[in-house]
Each structure stands twice: as structure tokens, then as C-alpha cells.
Ligand binder design. Structure first.
Ligand code: SAH
Length: 346
């Protein structure tokens, strides 16, 4: 089997190039073709000799990430993309346009095995991990399609990135490399349901990326009801791992909390949440739950969500309610892929 050349970090590519008997500077050229000019075929690398392009094509390939569908919001310019991978699997990515630039939300796995109760992406379980090449590929395709630079990246699409840790780390290395797209570490946010050992490993990497922790419940009992992963990693351990991340990197943690009517949005929930967050230097992002048809979770009313927010704010916590982007093309995260998979199997 051929090796996917887009999955190598710059350092690794130098070694690969030397291993096939080529000069080191070729790695710089090839990396630029792959990660700056964003080509999908060796034939497009026009400053390499034809024989070198053919030689590369014998050992390596560039796995395709191909757009199948694009939905554009009429309300705020949000776009959803459905991409097909080399083996026929599909993943979705979302482009959000802000004043400060283009932000892309990518998937890190096909499906997910974490089983969070309110999440559409996990309903069919995990199919497979995405490679680093398939993760950068989503961003590169979007950048090519819109003809504008992507400046911010969030890993909050389908999948649990820290359940695909090595590929995730490789993805960050490739994306932030000065020889490639050179996206600033500070413009990358990774969201995790709380895989403690890998949160600790990430803290040790001492990167400047933002860590977002999906909290969703302020006690171990509550969290267990919504997130099966809490059976494996206790809330206290998860919070300690957040503290370790902050200590190592100086980066403030973002806590995500999906507000579910009657489940985690009561006065008591707010009090418990304050207890956890008050001592920490953090940001809280409230997400009124996106109802999915397989579950009967409901959003709280706007008034009650604001009430919840105000309570936290009054105790000095930095809190926002996530702005709903692309409401007209929505369906909760993961819906586009699920709809596609269902239609295809009918
Ligand atoms: N696996 C990562 C990324 C998940 S998606 C994680 O668990 O953090 C990003 C955020 O959206 C997570 O906080 C996730 O819990 C939340 N989310 C998933 N489905 C949702 C829904 N239906 N409504 C609101 N938030 C949801």
C-alpha cells in the first residue's frame, strides 16, 4: 500500500525524501505544494521534474477529501460541507464567517464511540479514526472552495479528538508548521469529553492551543447520566487535568455546557456549576441543546437560559451563550452525515 504523503510532518517529510535518495530541499518544495498551494495530485507540482513526480507517485499518494454537498446559510454565511474520503466514508465540516476571519470546524473521526446522550454523531458508534491528512484535508478543501484564508480552526465536529490522539497531534503539528498553512496555535481549539490521560499528555506538549472541556453536568452523578465517559473518568480527575493544562500552558480552559431543559438547567445546577468554576480561571460557553430526533431532550426557553447565564455571571464567571450559527441549515452537529448515511442505506 502507498503511503499518504500529506500525513507527514515537515521533519518526517525531510527523512522520507532523503530515504528515497533525494536532496533535503525537495521536502520544502513538496511540503509547500501540499500544505500551502494545497494541490491534490503530484502532476500539479510543476517545479519538480516529471521523473521525480512519477517516483513520488510510485511510493506515495495524496488521499482525496472530496466535497459531496455544500449548504449555505442565508442568515449568517455559515456553510456546511459533506466530504467523501478514499474509502467512501463521509464526514462533515462547518465554515463560520466572523469579522475576525474564517473559522472552520472539522471532524476528527467517522462516527464516535463516546455515547454522549444528546449528541447525533455518536448514534451509530465509531467507524474509524481520521488520519492527520484527512483532518487538514477538510480545511484545505474549504479554503480552496471559498478562495479565502482560514484563520481559525476548532476540532468540534464529529468524533472525539483525544480518542484519536496521535493523529490529532500530528494534525496540529502540520497545520501550525511555518512551512505550511502556519495557523497560529492560539487560533486552534480542541474540544474533549474528558479523556484524562490524553488531556494530561496534551498539557505536557505545552502548546498554545485552547482546550475546551465538555462538562454538561456539574456533579459526577449528573455527568454520568449524560456522558458515559464519566464512568471511566471521574469529574474530579477531569477537573484536575484541566488545572494541569492551565498550569502547563497558561491557557484559560473553556468549559462547554449544553443546557437541557429540566435536566441540567435548574437553580441547583447553577449553584453547583458556580462551585466548580469560581475558583478557576476559565470561560463558560452555554449551548442550548440542539434537539435530535432520536432523543427527547429540549432546549430551555430563551428567558430561562438568560437567567442561568446571569446567575453565573453575578458570581464573577466569564460566560457566553453560544451564538446559533446557520440556524436555517442546521440540525445538530453530526446531522448532515447521518442523513446522508441513512439515505444511502435505504
Ligand atoms: N468530542 C468532542 C467534540 C464534540 S462536539 C467533545 O465531546 O467535546 C462539540 C460540543 O458540542 C461538545 O461540547 C458536545 O458535547 C456538544 N454537543 C453535541 N451534541 C450537542 C447537541 N445536540 N446540542 C448541544 N451541544 C451538543
Amino acid at each position: 500500500m502507498k503511503k499518504d504523503i500529506r500525513a507527514y510532518t515537515y521533519k518526517e517529510l525531510i527523512k522520507e525524501v532523503e530515504d528515497i535518495g533525494e536532496k533535503k530541499f525537495r521536502a520544502k518544495q513538496i511540503y509547500e505544494w501540499l500544505h500551502v498551494k494545497l494541490v491534490d495530485h503530484f502532476e500539479e507540482m510543476t517545479d519538480l521534474s516529471k521523473s521525480l513526480r512519477e517516483k513520488l507517485g510510485k511510493t506515495y499518494e495524496i488521499l482525496p477529501v472530496t466535497m459531496l454537498e455544500r449548504q449555505q446559510s442565508k442568515l449568517d454565511g455559515t456553510n456546511k460541507f459533506l466530504f467523501q474520503l478514499y474509502d467512501g466514508n463521509v464526514v462533515e465540516s462547518v465554515l463560520m464567517r466572523y469579522k475576525h476571519g474564517n473559522s472552520v470546524c472539522i471532524s476528527s473521526q467517522v462516527g464516535c464511540r463516546m455515547g454522549c446522550r444528546f449528541c447525533a454523531s455518536t448514534i451509530g458508534g465509531l467507524v474509524r479514526n481520521l488520519s492527520a491528512s484527512e483532518m487538514v484535508g477538510q480545511i484545505y478543501q474549504i479554503q480552496k472552495i471559498i478562495g479565502e484564508r482560514v484563520s481559525n480552526v476548532v476540532i468540534m465536529g464529529t468524533g472525539e479528538p483525544l480518542d484519536n490522539y496521535d493523529n490529532f497531534l500530528r494534525f496540529v503539528t502540520i497545520l501550525t508548521d511555518e512551512h505550511g498553512l502556519h495557523i497560529s496555535q492560539r487560533n486552534i481549539t480542541v474540544s474533549t469529553c474528558g479523556i484524562v490521560p490524553n488531556m494530561l499528555a496534551l498539557a505536557k506538549e505545552n502548546l498554545q492551543i485552547t482546550l475546551a472541556l465538555s462538562l454538561h453536568g456539574a456533579t459526577q452523578e449528573k455527568r454520568k447520566k449524560l456522558m458515559p465517559v464519566a464512568n471511566k473518568y471521574e469529574l474530579q480527575e477531569v477537573l484536575k487535568a484541566c488545572d494541569a493544562y492551565f498550569k502547563e500552558t497558561g491557557r484559560r480552559i473553556t468549559f462547554e455546557y449544553s443546557l437541557v431543559h429540566g435536566v441540567n438547567d435548574t437553580e441547583e445546577d447553577a449553584r453547583e456549576l458556580i462551585e466548580i468554576l469560581k475558583p478557576r480561571n476559565c470561560h463558560l460557553n452555554l449551548i442550548p441543546v440542539n434537539p435530535i430526533k432520536e432523543r427527547d431532550f429540549e432546549q430551555p426557553s430563551r428567558k430561562s437560559a438568560l437567567n442561568f447565564k446571569n446567575k453565573l455571571e453575578k458570581s464573577g464567571i466569564n460566560v457566553t451563550i453560544r451564538r446559533e450559527m446557520g440556524a436555517d441549515i442546521d440540525g445538530a452537529c453530526g446531522q448532515l452525515r447521518r442523513r446522508y448515511v441513512q439515505t444511502c442505506s435505504e
